[in-house]
Design a protein around this ligand. Structure first.
Ligand code: ADP
Ligand code: MG
Length: 449
């Protein structure tokens, strides 16, 4: 590969990952040289290398190997010439490799997905406890363990954590983790290559089988059939099985009834959507971890609260936002304030915007304090009206993306300085007055529900 090919590649990469991603992440990267089957790039910071490797590694490898046959890995090295924040770190090169499909191993386990890194809160405590129990590797007490929940709530994380824990505690046993999609792929391949005996033997020889995202095989007749047989064979041998799905077994469409009932026969636990506390906990734990690696990182506390409040879709989105902030901090070398965060994450915030409106907030707050909506918006300055008004202003600032002048307009055409004053006042009161803090919390919950 040469510079000209890299230029060409950059154009196609820009197409596949989009202009924004490209400018943010790939444009700081320089092609360096090739060593055997590895293409080596220089990056300004380790962080950027890691990020690109994790998020775009596969695409880059795929596209390079189209251009240059022999390359099937990439590596990032920190360019020591550029003297910014992270280049003072020892440069452990991030790399991603593509082992050829190996018959005996399952999918790669993510090193970050351990129990240590899993934050437990109300919404996931049951699933976590069940996963812990299975990971002890003692008696098989519930079989299968079925974990389910929406996207990004930690199913895969928990499964990997079980696999890591078991392989530490019981190196003698054979743990196989794979996605239902990979199960199907292997099954189809075995059929095509007439290696069904090997396939059956392989799956029946594992001690612990973990199949992620089982909903994938719904509607896929012969894969389901084979899955069913594998499942039964292992249960008969008293081998532990752990399955995940995006919903309860009974609710997976086009899944055979006998499989549904098999899946229901052990312990079924679900991961509930995250709540504010869990999201904040996850963010705090990620920041702590990141700080161990990059002690220079500094991030205002209210940034995390803001993110936990505003990004409630799923943990993956939350993490992505944080990762971008870290990268930003490390590239620009700047302290992360709320303003920096809002700026840097404008697109993410817009996408996960809840549809809470100022009007809705006004209504809820006036109900709560038992005043008329017209008094909340009108000119009366009595504390009985002014305080709820300020609370509604504060919540409007916090829960909507309206600017101060826009909020002012919705409060009977008040000036933005009045809104600002109101927001500040409530911020102060929240710190001093337990009742106000409690009211705010209750109103926020009610509005988010
Ligand atoms: P799912 O498989 O349910 O779609 P994942 O397990 O892939 O979700 O989780 C998405 C991301 O969120 C992962 O990076 C994972 O580490 C993170 N995550 C989810 N829940 C937690 C948690 N409770 N603590 C820490 N990280 C979490
Ligand atoms: Mg998953």
């Amino acid at each position: 590969m040469d510079d000209r090919k890299w230029t060409k590649l950059k154009i196609s990469l820009k197409k596949s990952i989009g202009e924004n991603n490209f400018n943010n992440w790939l444009s700081p990267i320089e092609f360096s040289h090739v060593e055997e089957d590895v293409a080596i790039f220089t990056v300004p910071t380790n962080f950027l290398g890691n990020y690109v490797s994790q998020n775009f590694g596969e695409i880059i490898v795929a596209q390079i190997s189209l251009e240059v046959n022999k390359i099937n890995r990439i590596r990032f090295e920190v360019d020591n010439k550029s003297n910014n924040l992270a280049s003072s770190q020892p440069s452990a090169p991030a790399h991603i490799s593509f082992p050829k499909d190996n018959e005996l191993t399952g999918a790669q386990l993510d090193k970050r997905f351990t129990f240590d890194a899993f934050v437990v809160g109300k919404p996931n405590e049951l699933a976590h406890a069940a996963a812990r129990r299975v990971a002890e590797g003692g008696d098989v007490s519930f079989n299968p363990l079925f974990l389910y929940g929406g996207v990004g709530l930690g199913k895969t994380h928990l499964m990997h954590a079980i696999a890591w824990e078991l392989s530490n505690r019981r190196p003698d046993i054979n743990v196989l983790y794979l996605s239902a999609e990979q199960f199907m792929y292997r099954f189809v391949q075995a059929l095509r290559e007439r290696k069904m005996m090997d396939f059956k033997q392989l799956f029946r020889s594992v001690d612990i089988l973990m199949v992620d995202d089982v909903q994938f095989i719904a509607g896929k007749g012969s894969t389901q059939e084979e899955f069913f047989h594998t499942f039964n064979a292992l249960v008969d041998q008293n081998k532990q099985i752990i399955i995940s799905g995006d919903r309860a077994p009974g609710e997976i469409k086009d899944l055979e009834d006998r499989i549904k009932s098999r899946l229901q026969s052990g312990l079924v636990v679900d991961l509930h959507p995250t709540d504010y506390e869990l999201r904040l906990g996850i963010l705090q734990s990620k920041v702590e971890r990141q700080k161990q690696q990059y002690p220079e990182l500094s991030i205002d506390n209210n940034v995390l609260e803001f993110l936990a409040l505003r990004i409630s879709t799923n943990v993956r989105v939350l993490e992505g936002a944080l990762t971008r902030l870290f990268a930003f901090a490390s590239l620009i070398g700047r302290h992360i304030t709320l303003e920096v965060a809002q700026d840097c994450l404008a697109d993410v915030l817009r996408a996960s915007e809840r549809k809470i409106t100022v009007e809705e907030i006004q209504r809820k707050v006036s109900e709560h304090y038992n005043i008329r909506l017209s008094d909340m918006i009108g000119p009366k300055r009595l504390r009985t009206y002014a305080r709820p008004r300020q609370i509604a202003m504060f919540l409007s600032k916090q829960l909507t993306s309206r600017s101060l002048p826009e909020i002012g307009r919705r409060f009977g055409g008040r000036d933005h300085t009045t809104v600002m004053h109101g927001v500040k006042r409530i911020e102060e009161l929240r710190a001093q007055d337990g009742q106000i803090a409690e009211d705010l919390e209750m109103l926020r919950r009610a509005l988010e529900a």
